[in-house]
Design a protein around this ligand. Structure first.
Ligand SMILES: NC(=O)c1ccc[n+]([C@@H]2O[C@H](COP(=O)([O-])OP(=O)(O)OC[C@H]3O[C@@H](n4cnc5c(N)ncnc54)[C@H](O)[C@@H]3O)[C@@H](O)[C@H]2O)c1
Length: 217
């Protein structure tokens, strides 16, 4: 399947590499040209056990490319993951500026049906905001999915390859089916893929994170 991943940081890079390793053709996009130039020279900006090997293998086999060309990535991909940063705002809430910028870019440049999958950590209601932003720029059909990421830095590849659970939040049945197909290689050990609506998926990210924090403390 042709996939794009916007944001080549911790989450985007690990997700892009692992999705390519599962046989997809993945375009990793970032606005940071220096980061993309370095990735294209084989210089990985983060250290995660196993990541460099996976990237090298999939670049060599032409399933994984790095680019700043967002428009081309949108045209060539059926499913577009958003994995950009959502740093805390002055009031502590997540700043959605980068997420909305990607939504705008997709709305302005899509030419056919797209599935837009948000992996960034965002407040409940963000899928609606992403939908509204895309609709400002296109009359074409699309589906939005909330697919929160639970990987931990330091064990990110392992966490992505063998997740405890996969949360898929969408009210579009076709998008849910496609997401199940994409995640099939990662849940062969019997881990659950749980489908719910967008808001429930957004809330689940916080519920699980808070649950883990309180267990640890
Ligand atoms: N790092 C983690 O352990 C972790 C785990 C789970 C979830 N998350 C969440 O995932 C999201 C991404 O986190 P991260 O740690 O990967 O962030 P990061 O800061 O490492 O990477 C974000 C990348 O997005 C790029 N970017 C910004 N705007 C862009 C745009 N318009 N188009 C393309 N690229 C753009 C930036 O240049 C940067 O390289 C955040 O919401 C974070 O809260 C992070």
């Amino acid at each position: 399947m042709h996939l794009a991943v916007f944001g080549s940081g911790y989450v985007g890079l690990v997700a892009g590499a692992c999705l390519a390793d599962a046989g997809n053709e993945v375009i990793c996009v970032d606005i940071n040209k220096e980061k993309i130039d370095r990735l294209n020279k084989g210089i990985i900006p983060i250290y995660e056990p196993g990541l460099e090997d996976i990237i090298q293998r999939n670049v060599k086999e032409e399933r994984l490319i790095f680019t700043v060309d967002a428009v081309d990535a949108i045209h060539r991909s059926k499913v577009i993951f958003i994995a950009v940063g959502t740093p805390p705002d002055e009031d502590g809430s997540a700043d959605l500026k980068h997420v909305i910028n990607v939504a705008k870019m997709i709305g302005k440049n899509m030419k056919d049906f797209k599935i837009i999958v948000n992996k960034s950590t965002v407040p409940v209601g963000t899928a609606e905001k992403v939908t509204a932003e895309i609709k400002k720029h296109t009359n074409l059909e699309f589906a939005v999915v909330s697919n929160p990421e639970f990987l931990k830095e330091g064990d990110a590849v392992n966490d992505f390859m063998k997740p405890d659970r996969v949360i898929i939040g969408t009210s579009n049945a076709d998008a849910a089916d496609l997401m199940r197909t994409i995640y099939l290689p990662f849940v062969r050990t019997g881990r659950p893929v749980i489908v719910m609506d967008e808001k429930s998926a957004e809330l689940t990210k916080y519920a699980i994170r808070e649950g883990l924090t309180s267990l640890e403390s």
